[in-house]
Design a protein around this ligand. Structure first.
Ligand code: NAD
Length: 268
């Protein structure tokens, strides 16, 4: 349980909101009465999300932001303050994927994935937390993944590492921000229908079988509803598959047995 935030009247900023989970979340936050600053690396996509919000009678503004640039994130904060005068909700959502066998992945793959998926959160903390701490209220949503809770993805080790790190960072942030009036939600979806495949960089021969959990695939709109509910309830963890929780219990109860069972399911 973390601090709940009422979305009606709140000001929300999102990264990677030109597509998929970020786009659907921006639209859902606006439907619940938030004013939204939509950002993405792709300015046209950010503008399209904002157009959807405005078409539905909501208030939104689009900004081009590359989350690997702290100056861009400072520009996002400035856009929110100029247009709406405050920031209540920060959703660190932009993410990319690199796939390949562990022995094929060069430093460049690790660096790109960690830069976009993990260091973006560090930059966002520096840019936005002073505002939220000064207010003594607000909420941070970090988009991790089920791959941040369960290490299935041996064909995407930088992604697994980045998302495990985002889960750990989010938990630590909840401890830091909770007593200071600010809530944290960590979003850990299993498969979601989005454009993420466009962002994949592949190294070496890749497996025909995606190394992802065999959980039901959900829509970005379903994830957006769960995320908005979690913000409004003050819920820390969001998963999209009911299998995750019992599997975490199984893993924590006997890691050796859990890994033996998972290894026996794999073909080389
Ligand atoms: N799709 C899934 O199955 C799934 C599952 C679990 C977690 N996630 C996570 O959800 C988040 C959103 O992914 P999605 O599936 O909606 O993908 P998506 O590709 O549909 O959307 C991601 C958006 O991020 C933007 N982006 C990429 N690099 C950026 C950068 N450097 N700066 C700013 N924006 C950038 C892209 O332009 C794109 O619009 C990611 O963090 C991803 O890891 C996705």
């Amino acid at each position: 349980m973390t601090h709940p935030l009422r979305l009606a009247g709140a000001v929300a900023v999102l990264t990677g909101a030109g597509s998929g989970i970020g786009r659907a979340s921006a639209v859902e936050f606006a439907r619940r009465g938030a004013r939204v600053v939509v950002s993405d690396l792709d300015a046209d996509r950010a503008a399209a999300t904002t157009a959807d919000i405005v078409k539905e009678g909501g208030e939104g503004v689009a900004v081009r932001v590359d989350v690997t640039s702290e100056a861009d994130l400072a520009g996002l904060r400035a856009a929110a303050l100029d247009r709406f005068g405050r920031v209540d909700l920060v959703m660190n959502n932009a993410g990319v994927l690199a796939v390949g066998a562990p022995e094929s992945l060069p430093d460049a793959a690790w660096e790109r994935v960690l830069d976009v998926n993990l260091l973006s959160v560090a930059r966002s903390n520096r840019v936005f937390l002073p505002l939220l701490l000064e207010q003594g209220s607000g909420h941070v949503v970090n988009t991790a993944s089920a791959s941040g809770l369960l290490a299935y993805g041996f064909d995407r080790l930088p992604y697994v590492a980045s998302k495990h790190a985002v889960v750990g960072v989010s938990e630590a942030l909840a401890l830091y921000l909770g007593p200071r009036g600010v809530g944290v939600t960590c979003l850990c979806p299993s498969g979601v229908i989005t454009n993420i495949m466009e962002q994949i960089t592949a190294y070496g021969p890749t497996s025909a079988t995606p190394r992802a959990p065999k959980h039901e695939i959900v829509t970005a709109e379903q994830v957006a509803t769960l995320t908005a509910d979690a913000v409004e309830r003050g819920q820390f963890l969001v998963v999209t598959a009911p299998e995750v929780q019992p599997e975490l219990v199984e893993r924590a109860t006997d890691l050796e047995a859990y890994l033996r069972a998972r290894i026996s399911e794999q073909s080389p």
